[in-house]
Write a protein that binds this ligand. Sequence first.
Ligand code: GDG
Length: 750
Amino acid sequence: MPEPRILLVSNRLPVTVKTEHGKTKAVPSPGGLATALRGPHEQADSLWIGWPGDTSRVEPADRPGLERQLASLRCHPVPLSPTEVAHFYDGFSNGVLWPLYHYLTDKVEREAWSNWRAYVEVNQKFAEAIQSRYRPGDMIWIHDYQLSLVPAILRNRLPEATIGFFLHIPFPSSEVFRILPWRTEILQGMLGADLIGFHTYSYLHHFSRALLHVLDLPVADGMVRLGHRQALLGVFPIGIDAPEFEALAAEPAVQEDARQIRAGNGPRQMILGVDRLDYTKGLTRRLMSIERLLEREPAWRDRFRYVQLIVPSREKVDAYAALRRELDELAGRINATWGTISSLPVHSLYRGVSRERLVALYQAADVMLVTPLRDGMNLVAKEFAACRHDEGGVLVLSEFAGAAAELVEALTVNPYDLDRMALQIKRALQMPDAERQSRMRSLRARVRGFDAHLWAATFLEALRAAGGQRLVPGAAPQVSDEAELEKILERILGFAHLHVVLDYDGTLVPFADTPDLAIPDPDLFSLLQELAARPQTQIHLLSGRTRAGLERWFGHLPIFLHAEHGFWSRAAGSRDWRPLMAGPPAWLPRIRSLLEKVTRETPGSMIEEKSNGVVWHYRLVEPDFGHLRAAALLQTLRKETAQPDLEVLEGEKAIEIRRKGAHKGMVIQRLFEESAGAAQFLALGDDRTDEDMFQAIGAHGVALHVGPGPSMTPYRLENPPAARAFLRRLLAGGPRNVHPKQEVSPTHER
Ligand code: GDG
């Protein structure tokens, strides 16, 4: 099979447009992503789609040249206006999602909530750009939190496309994620992908929990079912370009630079930190733990220098400017207290350095501090290991960096525990050579073993497979197509004695939080009224609800009502409810008291009483607790099913215990017999209990399933509004081959 073309999509292109002294050029963007995706980008005629940076100052005359240059680099620009950048990027992505996903909820900018609109619009813009370049067979790989809505927008427009999504930052615990007012939109957005990748299992786990809590979607075997489609979840820890770092580290000029840096430190050991200026990196706490070490360990004073490289970033976001001030003050205080005439303990540099200098610093360091409060992965930790041919240097790593899941030979720290962090730094400074070498040897093997290229190749291979298994095997398509519906309608219009049998919840109205809230609306009343007025047509509402409930809502309509799955029936216009069988079952009081106990122990659950059985509802229970309790209840009930007249039914977040044989199919059977075989049926239903009536109808009519669940009938309407629209079409079609309306006779009265 030929290699498919890959469309890589990220907020930033791997090159950024720069205008200096009136000259415009595209220069490589910093960061590990460009390196990691170099392989797939160079493959076949792949394309990278993203923002090229601020192009507002590019002279009109320079634009064609710039476009040519980007095209030759296989980059397709998505230009963003300065306002879009301010609202979508600084405002929503970095002012809301970034702090929230890193658990720093106090840093979420209050004003930035208003930038949601811009986030949606720019995501749409990206989706349009992708669609404009998409060719069937391409694989689309979308990156990171700035673009989490793009997969679903694209899925709508390109249902057949293979779409992958990778989140480079942590996915927070669902308790934190649920703070986000747009949690539903973000989750649904990501679910447009066939494969969603995370750096660690714990991020995947948090995402699964959020799906369950927010969308009520369970994840089984790393897979989420979305109607007839499925999305896969996977763990793909990103690596670095290890050979490139090793090669740089082997260069004589770089090694000489490292020697000079060491010489500059004199007899002192060097502790190094390399971070973007960001409050997630734990820079303040890192400084405080250095201060603590100096306070508590006099022997270590003036025996180390802590060099911290801070690369400026996101300078327009307020929290970042404040952080810089705070760090300056703290470093000033430490230096003033513990500095000597010849040396200061803290040496901060607010600037980026060349790759060569960075590698020299890695090589010169005795201890590398990577102590973020949270970090998706953290590539600096891996780069440090890759550069240490000498097997020297000790890595001190935060347990809250994704890298900690892999780099288990590092000295781990909890960056919130300053005392222990100070002790770990001391331990690193005085680590015996043998231990240091042994740890570094193992770290280097890990970094080399799964590098950036392997990461990209592994994800793409999994994506290809996920695209191939997008459709759930054997699942019916979401809806019947127009031609199919037209054929069914024609058939029904030809029925001489039509019985329309309708389930209520999930069929005519969507599910509500509790059964009492699923109230019928005026449109439904008029629809039922008009259907009932149709010549040679009877309308039957056949529900699991109680007699009183149906009577209260539908008693005034000229339609037949069947309560408790058909155990009770009454004719149109009659108040006389007739049971299918006599007396309540003997087991009912015992089962009721069992359910009362379960309800007391399961907050949010409730009991629905029926004359013929009882139902335990757990729709409002915390989802996994509800599932757990339901499983335990089913286990207990299994003993009861030895009773000849008892059956247990699992419904939508409900368990029903009812008298055996009182099911919806019995109603169909009776109506058929009463019409002396003349009745023909149209039945609409959405759940397991409706399958009984579909089965009973057999060749005597048409059964239509409503909603995404499984069904024996091949005909499917998407949801309750689609069901109502179909019934309206039936009305509009008018009856064929039938006589004028006659008085309805209560057919089942004996
Ligand atoms: C996201 C996630 C995840 C730093 N200073 C200089 C410099 N750097 C380079 C490093 C490294 C990169 O920047 C930073 O790596 P991060 O891992 O922090 O990645 P980000 O791109 O910020 O962010 C992160 C990553 O995505 C990948 O999935 O690991 O958790 O937040 O490569 O070397 N490079 C140069 N001079 C510097 O001064 N040349």
